[in-house]
Design a binder for this molecule. Structure first.
Ligand SMILES: Cc1cc2nc3c(=O)[nH]c(=O)nc-3n(C[C@H](O)[C@H](O)[C@H](O)COP(=O)(O)OP(=O)(O)OC[C@H]3O[C@@H](n4cnc5c(N)ncnc54)[C@H](O)[C@@H]3O)c2cc1C
Length: 474
């Protein structure tokens, strides 16, 4: 078996195939671990952790602790981040070795549906494989009008290296990546403006959750302009002049100067060097490789997993798809990637985590919705941690009480959402969540209270009058 790409999707396929007794070669043109370990999930979260510590230091006074202001040693922060990356990369290398996965560094392209050419620095190889899995991931979209130089006009690959801390940072794009870097650089001392052309940050996320986060980020000093576009970027020595127009500028052209601009407007699938034609694979209108629930492409012996197969571009989706592909290759006919929901965690401060349908999506799908909400201001645990900003929101089907979506803005939201995913997969109702004994004092109690609130029964809230009688549908 051959796997192209050793990111989360590729290394999951390779390791599971090896566990199943297959002979596996995994080819990557770069370091193993892919975007996730080297440029994405892991280094950003290390940087965000540094930012969180800075925030705790800034607020220590309110807890009665006299702590001097955090002094930032940029090189040491960058080293901490790259050490974390290396530990994770070495972990994957160890797993490859322990499982007998042969790892090759080189760029792979198809010669035929069963043959690959791998170009290395010192030559090239031919690999013949019965099955091939494409796990080549995605890359940042570069905008021609805003040419990246890696110094003043940068993308996420540059931002994560922390080569410089700007004084004035413009972030183009209020999606997950833009907001996570806005949080990092704000904490490190930059003035940050986020410009988003859509009417909300985190487009596609529950509107109320996006608004709640937006309010909190603004309080932290991050300026956000919605329904606003960046036009030209004009470079002058070490600064960039940006023209901005939209709701955020009162509909007028505004020119502002920044010493760094992060372009975070989306990602594209990486298929350009694969020579997919030789394999007989067609891509869709956005360049992604279409697959079925068993991760098969239109060519029976070729599979694809992860970002290269389309939205949502998330590491845990790639990982699960990788395991499914391996099981299917091994002959498991029941293996399929068919989740009720793929959770999404956004590591702003506080974090956002969502799973399932937003209120807007549930309504658009024709549900009569029942909403349960719990503001963190009412949480005892939140008060003990001096962290009372945030919201827990549950979306359910009013007819059956079935949970449809869980949406959280709170510290540790990325872990809290685990309860939502189990509840969604197991078909839990709000009543189930409300009846389950949750530990006290924790943020998870907020999930229980939100479920009870939907029935007008929350103890820690003044309950709004329920539209349907208590217990109806349960
Ligand atoms: C800044 C940032 C933060 C992120 N944070 C999160 C997060 O917190 N949580 C989360 O779930 N997701 C996050 N993501 C997304 C996550 O990184 C991706 O969803 C994930 O890496 C996709 O895995 P993959 O295996 O599909 O591809 P990738 O990780 O992109 O790996 C693909 C690999 O294929 C290799 N490759 C490509 N073409 C070839 C070729 N022709 N020959 C050989 N090798 C090739 C590449 O070198 C690469 O190593 C983040 C992304 C970014 C950019």
């Amino acid at each position: 078996m051959a796997v192209i790409g050793a990111g989360p999707g590729g290394y999951h396929v390779a390791i599971r195939l090896a566990q199943l007794g297959k002979k596996v070669i995994c080819v990557d043109r770069d370091e193993v671990g892919g975007v996730c370990l080297n440029w994405g999930c892991i280094p950003t979260k290390a940087l965000l952790h540094v930012g969180e510590v800075i925030r705790h230091i800034e607020r220590a006074g309110t807890l009665g602790l006299k702590v001097p202001k955090a002094e930032i040693e940029r090189e040491t922060v960058a080293k901490f981040t790259s050490d974390v990356v290396n530990q994770n990369v070495n972990g994957v290398k160890t797993l490859f070795k322990a499982n007998g996965v042969e790892s090759i560094r080189g760029e792979a392209s198809f010669k035929s549906p069963t043959e690959l050419e791998v170009k290395r620095d010192d030559g090239s190889d031919r690999i013949t494989a019965r099955q091939i899995v494409i796990a080549t991931g995605s890359a940042p979209v570069d905008v021609k009008a805003w040419p990246r130089d890696g110094e003043t006009i940068i993308n996420s690959d540059d931002a994560v290296r922390l080569n410089r801390i700007p004084k004035h940072l413009l972030v183009i794009g209020g999606g997950v990546i833009g907001l996570e870097f806005a949080t990092v650089y704000r904490r490190l001392g930059a003035e940050v403006l986020v410009v988003e052309m859509m009417p909300q940050i985190l487009t596609g996320t529950d509107l109320e959750i996006g608004k709640t986060l937006g309010r909190i980020l603004k309080k932290q000093g991050i300026e956000i302009m919605l329904n606003t576009k960046v036009g030209t970027l004009e470079k002058k020595d070490k600064s960039v002049r940006a023209t901005i127009n939209g709701e955020g500028t009162g509909g007028k052209d505004e020119t502002r100067e920044f010493d760094m601009v992060l372009v975070a407007v989306g990602r594209r699938p990486v298929t350009d060097n694969l020579n997919l034609k030789a394999a007989g694979i067609e891509v869709d209108g956005h360049g992604f490789i279409p697959v079925d629930a068993q991760q098969r492409t239109t060519v029976p012996n070729i599979f694809a997993v992860g970002d290269v197969t389309g939205q949502p571009l998330l590491a845990h989706r790639a990982m699960k798809q990788g395991v499914v592909a391996a099981e299917v290759i091994n002959g498991d006919r029941s293996a399929a990637f068919d989740p009720v929901a793929v959770p999404n965690a956004i590591y702003t401060d506080p974090e956002v985590a969502t799973a399932g349908l937003s209120e807007e999506e549930a309504k658009a799908a024709g549900y009569e919705v029942r909403i349960g909400k719990f503001p963190l201001a009412a949480s005892g645990r939140a008060r003990t941690m001096n962290e009372s900003e945030g919201l827990i929101k549950l979306v359910a089907d009013a007819k059956t009480d079935l949970l449809l979506g869980m949406h959280i803005v709170a510290p540790q939201a990325e872990s809290l959402i685990g309860e939502g995913i189990i509840a969604l997969e197991m078909g839990a109702t709000l009543e189930d969540i409300g009846l389950s004994v949750h530990p006290h004092p924790t943020f998870t109690e907020g999930l229980m209270d939100a479920a009870e609130a939907a029935h007008g029964k929350a103890i820690h809230l003044i309950n709004p009058k329920p539209k349907t009688p208590v217990g109806a549908g349960s």
